[in-house]
Design a protein around this ligand. Structure first.
Ligand SMILES: *[C@@H]1O[C@H](CO)[C@@H](O)[C@H](O)[C@H]1NC(C)=O
Ligand SMILES: *[C@@H]1O[C@H](CO)[C@@H](O)[C@H](O)[C@H]1NC(C)=O
Ligand SMILES: *[C@@H]1O[C@H](CO)[C@@H](O)[C@H](O)[C@H]1NC(C)=O
Ligand SMILES: *[C@@H]1O[C@H](CO)[C@@H](O)[C@H](O)[C@H]1NC(C)=O
Ligand SMILES: *[C@@H]1O[C@H](CO)[C@@H](O)[C@H](O)[C@H]1NC(C)=O
Length: 744
């Protein structure tokens, strides 16, 4: 079985990844926004530049050329030596449906939100930059769908097991990008499906979460049985396959953005990202590609990352919607019964069960070969003594941050003759794994109780039952432990992640090329991202003229920080109260997003001003944007009209200005309701906003004053409240003590 549960994001920079014997590397020479030249002329210019670099050798120049970006922006990718290069490319990997019901969106073929028609979703086109698609999956059937929207300029690129008639009225476009991957990996390395066909499963999974058709009788080995569908089952899917096995290269990503923007997608969904810490916006293909997309009205949604630690969140650009992962109220558990009658339950997708009790031992007792008991307690390959394991249940450990496969540990125990496994993994105890033997994951508390039973009993035994589906078993949503957290390591003034969506144990379509399954259950921020993509498509279908930032604002200001039991959302694994670094503005609420009341809007030029505020030179700005913009009037980084407010270095007092646009009833009155962060005096001027027409904008000032130094970040919120709406933004402040000055 291949990639299961959360697939790690790996962003090995190219320099690290290449063997030292390589004398040349792949680089992106990025030339900024397109200025309207003829694409052939641009290609000629790229060859000319390479010609010059290769001192006039036309063959070498053409050989080194990998891609030209000719549509949405200009530039090219080429194999260059270090001195020839001006810009380095990076390598990325994948981050690795009850959820829509859980969010309150009910329905089958289309999901109607009371008071709105979302029928226009047939005109919304979502571009997925991922591992491709399995077009024959029932989730991508085009039965009953109207013709492809007029104006669609995409294509169905033929390739292996994929021809121009493989696309349909659901999957309306499919392209693949292999050049960057091939240039970096060894040329001969065989890649299965040299086409948009998905051999990994990840791309089929993410696309069906956002836009899968209704499929009756969908299940995972009988678990989680029922009908399944994406958020916008009638929206169109365009596939841009850039990720091969688990690697995706910047040059391919940029080419995919370039094509997707030109093809005419409305939304780009990326369940992938780099390793933290993220590099500068200018050196990050996703930031650059997304900038051009958003400048052309295309919304970009991306996953926050699966590293889970403070400051690890990625996809930090303010023009991207960055999504963290939460649980839902559905769980997959196996019951564990010990010889003394004690009952426990553990997380599992293992459908095999034990028919009788068996002896249970700690894996540390079964050490074999050159392994120490400590090493063997992790059930690593070859670390177990078959004589000691045979016929027994083993208690194994999993190191929190390790990349060891939990699935593989089940196989190690099975191969050593074990009949069951209890795996102790405090950090990710809620991530269900499809073990091949009866097995379950427990946290430290249960793990120690089982180990102490083993120690105290003369003949300890246990039995593990097969996994079952439980609904409503816990307070949900909860922030998934692996979901990457703030603060934003690159620009602390911008809060990331932006919002939270379901990403734990999500059932969706899969590629039968992997493990011969049509549906699979996966966990990761990769699964959270397409939930928000689906919600963006809903908004797009009702409010087609809204800008990407207005859509983003609607999703953020209507999100909630309360769980289904009206208690504050908590963060796993320890269940502490979550804060905006865990959940951003909160858990998304698709039923509320269509009527946010007010939005915090921003234009491409506001994002340019933001880039100036973080120290971009005119030249660098012009490369990322258009030819003539300059950083003449420098504004504060906090001035970007973002739907959350972060003041990372409050000295004594600081003021932030925001502007809200009325998208609710023409005549409406809003009152400021502030929950100030501890130790911070927050005043809002004016306290009351009176709107007379739709589209009217009103600015207000939020003043922060430190009444006591706060050693760390403190959190509060500002809501604009009318009779119909609550428009809420988190307030995140760190007050620096002027005396100690230690916090830097
Ligand atoms: C395209 O593929 C379908 C099945 O995938 C096949 O029936 C059809 O003959 C193919 N067409 C061409 C032109 O290869
Ligand atoms: C599970 O799915 C299979 C087809 O994939 C179907 O035959 C079976 O009836 C389903 N089981 C349940 C319990 O829904
Ligand atoms: C495995 O355990 C048995 C019984 O305790 C012992 O005799 C044998 O030497 C062990 N083998 C290895 C490879 O450790
Ligand atoms: C850039 O500025 C120059 C001088 O101000 C002007 O002539 C030119 O048309 C501008 N170019 C673009 C693309 O706006
Ligand atoms: C907070 O600020 C307001 C306005 O400046 C002031 O009236 C009030 O006394 C301040 N409160 C505290 C606790 O400093």
């Amino acid at each position: 079985m291949a990639s299961l549960a959360k697939v790690q994001i790996l962003f090995l920079s190219l320099c690290v990844f290449l063997a030292p014997s390589f004398s040349s590397k792949l680089y992106v020479v990025y030339m900024g926004s397109r200025s309207g030249d003829d694409p052939d002329e641009i290609l000629r210019q790229h060859h000319q530049i390479l010609n010059d670099l290769h001192r006039g050798s036309v063959e070498e120049a053409k050989d080194s050329h990998v891609y030209s970006y000719r549509h949405a922006f200009r530039g090219f990718a080429a194999r260059l030596t270090e001195e020839q290069a001006s810009q380095v490319a990076g390598k990325r990997s994948l981050h690795t449906t009850h959820s829509w019901d859980f969010m309150g969106l009910l329905g089958e073929e289309t999901m109607e939100v009371p008071g709105y028609s979302t029928k226009n979703q047939v005109n919304v086109i979502i571009g997925f930059i991922d591992t491709g698609i399995w077009p024959e999956s029932p989730s991508f059937s085009d039965a009953g769908m109207p013709p492809v929207p007029a104006g669609w300029r995409g294509r169905c690129q033929p390739g292996e097991e994929f021809n121009s008639s493989t696309c349909n009225r659901k999957v309306i476009g499919a392209r693949y990008y292999l050049n960057g991957y091939q240039a970096e990996e060894e040329q001969e390395k065989i890649v299965s499906y040299r086409s948009a066909r998905d051999s990994v499963g990840h791309g089929s999974h993410t696309s069906s979460i956002a836009a899968g058709r209704f499929v009756d009788n969908m299940n995972y080995s009988g678990l989680a049985a029922g009908g399944a569908r994406g958020g916008v089952p009638m929206a169109r899917v365009a596939v841009y396959k850039t990720c091969w096995r688990s690697a995706c290269y910047d040059v391919d990503l940029l080419a995919a953005f370039d094509d997707a923007i030109r093809d005419g997608v409305n939304i780009i969904s990326l369940s992938l990202g780099g390793d933290s810490p993220q590099g500068d916006y200018f050196s990050d293909a996703i930031s650059i590609g997304a900038f051009h997309a958003v400048s052309r009205g295309v919304v970009v949604v991306a996953s926050a990352g699966n590293e889970g630690t403070p400051g690890s969140v990625t996809n930090l650009a303010p023009w991207i919607i960055t999504v963290g992962a939460s649980s839902t109220d559905r769980d997959f558990i196996s019951d564990i019964v010990l010889g003394n009658g004690a009952h426990f339950s553990g997380e599992s997708l293992s459908i095999s069960k034990m028919h009788a009790s068996a002896s249970i031992i700690s894996a540390a007792e079964a050490y074999g070969g050159y392994f120490t008991p400590y090493q063997s307690s992790y059930c690593l390959e070859s670390s177990l003594n078959i004589t000691k394991v045979k016929g027994k249940v083993l208690v194994c450990r999993h190191a929190g941050s390790s990349t060891e496969s939990k699935l593989a540990k089940g196989t190690v125990v099975k191969d050593a003759g074990g009949v069951g496994m209890i795996l102790i993994d405090e950090a990710d105890k809620d991530v269900a794994i499809p073990f091949t033997i009866p097995a379950a994951i427990v946290g430290n508390r249960v793990g120690y109780r089982i180990l102490s039973y083993i120690k105290k009993s003369r003949k300890p035994t246990s039995i593990i039952m097969s996994a079952k589906t439980i609904i409503g078993s816990r307070s949900a949503p909860q922030v998934a432990p692996f979901s990457s957290k703030g603060p934003n390591a690159l620009t602390p003034e911008i809060l990331k992640p932006d919002v939270l969506a379901p990403g734990l144990n999500i059932l969706a379509a899969w590629s039968p090329a992997t493990a011969n399954m049509n549906f699979n259950i996966l966990s990761g921020t990769s699964m959270a991202c397409p939930h928000v993509t689906g919600i963006v498509a809903l908004i797009k279908s009702v409010h087609p003229s809204w800008s990407p930032s207005a859509i983003k604002s609607a999703i953020m200001t209507t999100a909630t920080t309360w769980n289904k039991h009206q208690k504050p959302i908590r963060a796993g694994p320890d269940g502490r109260k979550a804060n905006p670094f865990d959940l951003g503005s909160g858990f998304v609420r698709p039923k509320q997003v269509l009527d946010p009341g007010l939005v915090y809007d921003a234009t491409p030029s506001d994002y340019e001003a933001f880039l100036c505020s973080i120290g971009y030179s005119d030249r660098k700005l012009q490369l990322i944007t258009r030819d003539n913009s300059t950083c003449s009037s420098k504004v504060s980084t906090s001035a970007l009209n973002y739907p959350s407010i972060t003041v990372p270095n409050l000295k004594s007092s600081f003021s932030v200005i925001r502007t809200v646009t009325n998208v609710g009833r023409p005549l409406s009155v809003y009152k400021a309701v502030v929950y100030p962060p501890a130790g911070i005096n927050v005043t809002v001027v004016p306290k009351r906003l009176v709107f007379y027409r739709y589209g009217q904008k009103i600015s207000f000032t939020v003043n922060f004053e430190a009444t006591a130094p706060t050693r760390d970040y403190v959190f509060g919120s500002l809501s604009w409240r009318s009779r119909r709406s609550w428009v809420t933004t988190p307030l995140v402040v760190r007050a620096l003590s002027s005396r100690s000055g230690l916090q830097m």
